[in-house]
Ligand binder design. Sequence first.
Ligand code: AMP
Ligand code: TRP
Length: 350
Amino acid sequence: MSSTGSSAVQTPKTFQPRIFSGIQPSGGITLGNYLGALKRFVEKQNEGIETVYCMVDMHAITVWQDPEKLRYATREGAAAFIAAGLDPARSILFNQSQVSAHAELGWIFNCVARLGWMNRMTQFKDKAGKNAEAASLGLYAYPALMAADILAYHATMVPVGEDQKQHLELTRDIAIKFNHDYGIDYFPIVEPVIEGAATRVMSLRDGTKKMSKSDPSDQSRINLTDDADAIAAKIRKAKTDAEPLPETLAGLKDRPEARNLINIFAALSDKTPDAVVAEYAGAQFGTFKPALADLAVAKLSPITTEMSRLMKDPAEIDRILGQGADRAEAIARPIVDQVYDITGMIRSRR
Ligand code: AMP
Ligand code: TRP
């Protein structure tokens, strides 16, 4: 293609399978992030698909972040990825702000997405709360930047937790509208990959609320930095009801806290929730909770230990992120350059 941006745009007709996903460094990594995202990211890497994973620091600042804490959380998130089994030689691991293609394509998508679409985003409503007037413009526009994160790589599959489903539908709408408006089959229509027993891990204090790094109560979540005693104590104190566990999953229908603990057990042990209920049918929480605590400690402690070892060498983490950013840039730059050509922007610099 000519560097002056002529109309000779090449259209990719088929898209090679590529996975993209991201995590915000807006706090520590929770068990929800681990089971809903990280653990599955590593599984995808091990299936041999090309995988691109990103600490989305530019998303994090849609809500004010202390700069030192943001840097720390970005490194800690990267350490969590690696400790959970991500191999930076096989997967691309980087932080978003080092690859400017994200912000550039994000702007283009701000001009593709419609206000009516953005107004339907439930995460904005949840995060902005009652005082939406005081929320940042970035928080409102955030799903368009998320679409850019994905589409700058022509990614075809996006593993996420259940809460991100609506943003992925928006990503599809943006791709469809861009393709339609410019009469070109340029962006793939991404597939959300929301699978497994723990697509929505709930708070340990309230089975109707998502486990979140921003919940004011630390008792509501397990952090990947919690030690064995803290994990066991949080599970022991987790809210439950007074009934024993039922014979089948259907018996957990109106018991969100019990259902959550079963799902966590299933995801940690790579079993189905059905199998876990069958195993503990009739058991009291006095039996089930210690078993879950042992399992959680056995699975999470090695990750926690490895994370703290990695965090002792921040320069090495930064080096990995920088190298990942170089590889990410090599994919995203030509894709976004082509978007400039498609949309009629002159590119005449050498
Ligand atoms: P975030 O921490 O909001 O950046 O989320 C990063 C990834 O973790 C996304 O794929 C989320 O869908 C996923 N995730 C976050 N919280 C949970 C949860 N409680 N249960 C399952 N997945 C989650
Ligand atoms: N919005 C996601 C979250 O809050 C994080 C994210 C940003 C993301 N860009 C992404 C996830 C691209 C998947 C793909 O959890």
